[in-house]
Design a protein around this ligand. Structure first.
Ligand code: PGA
Length: 256
């Protein structure tokens, strides 16, 4: 039985303003089970609209990135304070697509986490190894290094209200999911690193989500794993039926 399950959508660069708000309206009418947290991490253009639609519904909106500075001459960028001012409560940071296509390093992601915290946002910190690293059997040291250069640098009081998403890069958008064993092993490993750094009580409060081709067909098994607290969902979050099916599975596991 699970006490809490966290299900976060990652819309990436999908949906026009109208399409996003339409789906948000539909989502907001779906009653999320007590104990399940539903978040939609959307493009910046959707945030204010979604936050308004979600108010009082049990759903929350989040961004997919923010700048590390509180303000300044950074044309085209979005600060954490701007995200918070829309009513959004979360921000995904360090997603592998940002690391790959925008050269984001863990040192930068750490600065972004601190800026998100200053703005009162809950950071969803992403980590995970590429295929070559998995094939060489080096995934644990790789992920440990990501954590050591980012969230393990935080002070114990800064770790409150932070989520981690383990997303093996080879499983993102590929239809190839980590096996339950692979997911559980890595999540337990991450939990141990968090426990060693922040102590058992604080580490136990950090949700660790799995991400990478999570869908209604595999979510029950993944969400049931001891150290998997939910999922960060890309492709399956773009369709009402798929995403609400994931939330239903989460609800059933809470009630079980
Ligand atoms: P996917 O994406 O569910 O489409 O694999 C997950 C993610 O990138 O967060």
């Amino acid at each position: 039985m699970k006490k809490a399950i966290y299900v976060a959508a990652n819309w990436k660069m999908h949906k026009t303003l109208q399409e996003g708000l339409e789906l948000g309206e539909m989502f907001s009418k779906y009653q999320v089970t007590h104990g399940v947290t539903a978040v939609v991490n959307a493009p910046a253009i959707h945030l204010a609209g979604l936050a308004g639609i979600f108010a009082g519904s049990g759903w929350s909106a989040g961004a997919q990135n923010c700048h590390q500075a509180d303000s300044g001459a950074y044309t085209g960028e979005l600060s954490a304070g701007m995200v918070a001012s829309t009513g959004a409560r979360y921000v995904v940071l360090g997603h592998s697509e940002r690391r790959i296509y925008f050269q984001e390093t863990d040192a930068l992601v750490l600065d972004k986490i601190r800026s998100a915290r200053r703005a009162g946002l809950i950071p969803i910190y992403c980590c995970g190894e590429p295929l070559a690293i998995r094939e060489s059997g080096e995934e644990r040291p790789y992920v440990e290094n990501q954590l050591r250069e980012s969230i393990l640098q935080l002070d114990p009081e800064e770790i409150r209200d932070l989520w981690v998403a383990y997303e093996p890069v080879w499983a993102i958008g590929t239809g190839r999911t980590a096996s339950p064993q692979q997911a559980q092993d890595m999540h337990a490993f991450i939990r141990r690193l968090l426990t060693d750094r922040f102590g058992q009580d604080k580490a136990a409060c950090i949700p660790i989500l799995y991400g990478g081709s999570c869908n209604p067909g595999n979510a029950r098994e993944l969400f049931s794993l001891e150290d998997v607290d939910g999922g960060l969902i890309g492709g399956a979050s773009l369709k009402y039926d798929d995403f609400t099916a994931l939330l239903s599975i989460a609800g059933e596991l809470i009630r079980a």
